[in-house]
Design a protein around this ligand. Structure first.
Ligand SMILES: *Cc1c(COP(=O)(O)O)cnc(C)c1O
Length: 401
């Protein structure tokens, strides 16, 4: 999964380019920086790699979601639909712009169930955020089609699937925009960082301005201090050192994905001997970034026995139905409306003191039924022969569990 496995000489060289100029800021200092604009170059190369025209770097994948939602004009009074199996950041960003998150079931892709999506669209729905979870594709073409029928923009949360594709077309380019995370455990890492891609120049311009206090970035005799602004903004700027690391990591992306695919194939073959085992549905196996290997057992009890066996062999798998950061029924702080604000906002309407957002923990029974019998292994870029053998032996034994 993580690009940190490959941090090396290339990253060092890029970082030294920045330190040699002494300019850590992505804007200004034109004389001093001697042509070194790492964040700008990273944006350009990232957009090019994904086959799109515009990219906006930001401080994190969470910030990317917030900046994208803001640029799309989403705010209080709006609903945004996402899936009940994702990292908390997806709905944190929705709440952060003042909108209400609405959750769909996930299907055999472990991503947004498009039938359930259709049922959850209302007149208030102003954005749909499918997530390409665990490295692999949501049914993005279907989702974009459904959204288009209602005139709703699609934002692809591609935080976990940098480098993923369908039929050669990069994830993040199917919807109106796509967001990425480069945090410490993601495929391409800059330690902290994120990116938004879009083919819409106006949308990109709004993101660029909002993420930098509203600065319009137009050439101006008064330099930065004299720049104009169209609206209020915030600061989500990426710094040059992150851009530098991102450039080096981008050069390794194809290798990362290819290595993960190879290791995943080994695990899949080993697991296929387990009676009744099924695998997560992949829209396009070649375009899977293979950060995770998900296998589905006959029922909850079988799943428990298999994982017990794997644990005994020292290679226990993740059951996401027990995970408190990625699965709807386990988000007790969301379900119980826990917030640090005195008024209770966003869960409570400050003017009336009444609860305005209420969630039912049982609302996604099909997702629960599926995730309760699904086991997941994170896949690394580097996996030694010994490690692979350990997995192979454990999965072999698991066929008798
Ligand atoms: C990691 C992640 C994010 C947030 O990214 P950060 O860079 O950690 O803020 C958002 N969505 C998903 C699905 C993620 O996995």
């Amino acid at each position: 999964m993580p690009g940190f496995e490959l941090l090396g000489q290339e990253e060092k060289k890029e970082i030294m380019d920045v330190l040699d100029t002494g300019v850590l800021f992505r804007y200004e200092f034109h004389e001093q920086r001697k042509g070194v604009y790492k964040v700008r170059e990273f944006e350009q190369k990232f957009a090019e790699t994904c086959g799109t025209t515009h990219a906006q770097a930001v401080t994190s994948g969470t910030a990317a979601l917030k900046v994208a939602l803001t640029a799309l004009g989403v705010g209080p009074g709006d609903e945004v639909i996402t899936q009940g199996f994702t990292f908390v950041a997806t709905w944190e960003a929705i709440l952060e712009v003042g909108a209400v998150p609405v959750f769909t079931e996930v299907d055999a892709t472990l991503n947004m169930d498009s039938e359930d999506l259709s049922k959850k669209i209302t007149a208030r729905t102003k954005c749909i955020i499918p997530v390409h979870m665990l490295g692999a594709q949501a049914r993005i073409k279907e989702i974009v089609e459904i959204a288009a029928q209602h005139g709703i923009p699609v934002l692809e949360d591609t935080a976990q699937a940098t480098g993923g594709r369908i039929g050669g077309k990069h994830l993040g380019t199917f919807g109106k925009c796509g967001t990425f995370s480069f945090d410490a455990v993601k495929t391409l890492t800059t330690g902290e960082g994120g990116m938004i891609i879009t083919g819409d120049e106006e949308l990109w311009r709004a993101m660029s301005e909002y993420h930098d206090h509203g600065h319009d970035h137009k050439v101006n005799p008064g330099t930065r201090g004299g720049e104009g602004r169209r609206f209020i903004g915030f600061n989500y700027r990426m710094m040059e050192l992150q851009g530098a690391i991102g450039l080096a990591q981008l050069g390794k992306l194809d290798f990362m994905v290819a290595s993960q695919q190879k290791n995943k194939t080994f695990l899949k073959e080993a697991a296929s001997r387990i009676p009744g085992v099924a695998f997560r549905e992949l829209i396009d196996e070649q375009g899977d970034t293979a950060t995770h290997f998900a296998f589905i057992l006959q029922d909850k009890e079988h799943c428990r026995r298999v994982n017990e066996c794997l644990r005994k062999e020292g290679v226990g798998a993740i059951n996401f139905s027990e995970n408190t950061w990625h699965y709807y029924p386990r988000w007790e702080h969301l379900l119980e409306g826990k917030t640090i604000t005195r008024s209770g906002f966003p869960f409570v309407e400050p003017s009336t003191g009444k609860r305005r957002i209420v969630y039912d923990p049982q609302a996604l029974p099909r997702s629960s039924a599926l995730l309760e019998r699904t086991l997941v292994y994170p896949v690394s870029i580097k996996m030694s022969q010994e490690k692979l053998q350990q997995f192979g032996q454990a999965l072999n034994k698991a066929q008798y569990a």
